[in-house]
Design a protein around this ligand. Sequence first.
Ligand code: FE2
Length: 289
Amino acid sequence: MTVAHFQAPNDDVLSPEMLTAYDRDGVLVLENMFPATECEALMTRAGELVDAFDPGQASTVFSTTMRGQDQDNYFATSGGTIRFFLEDGVLASDGTLNRDKSTAINKIGHALHDLDPVFDAFSHDNRLAAVARSIGCAQPLLLQSMYIFKQPGIGGEVTWHQDSTYLYTEPLSVFGLWVALEDATIQNGCLWALPGRHREPLRNRYRYIDGVLTTEVLEPTPWPDDDKIPLEVPQGTLVLLHGSLPHRSDTNYSDKSRHAYTLHVIDGSCEYAADNWLQRPGDMPLKSF
Ligand code: FE2
């Protein structure tokens, strides 16, 4: 099995063939959606944010002596902010970073699309809005954004998951817009997917139970590794991911980074779960494109 790769449509409206592929596979690959200059502008902006980032706070949060509650809070309250999350293994025993901060950060999240002018402009672009419309999202709301570094040598593995596990609505509606800011290859930790298995039920929910963020197992069967397909894509590719599609990525053991920017969008006509991990502050309502 393979996943079809398409060239981005000229008018940004998905063709019937693209919609058929997305419906069949739960993933759609659109190459040359964004020019290199645009990808590089986002990378430059992420670099500026990292330059301005004081690792002191995050180092404290992520240090081994402070594990648990503080780390949970730093994550759990990040839905309406811009926060920096460190890779595993980048803290020395004294709590300082054991490498330059520019190579120690796993990701930035989760409201870049609302709070940073550069990512705001990119995220609310007409091209992305047209894709969302094409797949029938009636009232798109931009819920979550992440800048993922997948650092050379250490960029951490992400295990099999469905995005609706984390961003649950009734009925299910979340989808991911994943933008390759650099070439993504098997070597530098590209996405892998199980095409077609977005039709299967949700296997986990990550939600508050009695005030504690908990992974609720709905179906304990592990996703099979056998049928996985690598999504090796060049810079500028948009990968559209159905919220029920199982996907993962490996540790980046190569010497090349694999930067990506990802947005998660829900349909405002669906009910956003009050027990989801991501809860926005009351004064930050979700916006459309
Ligand atoms: Fe994901």
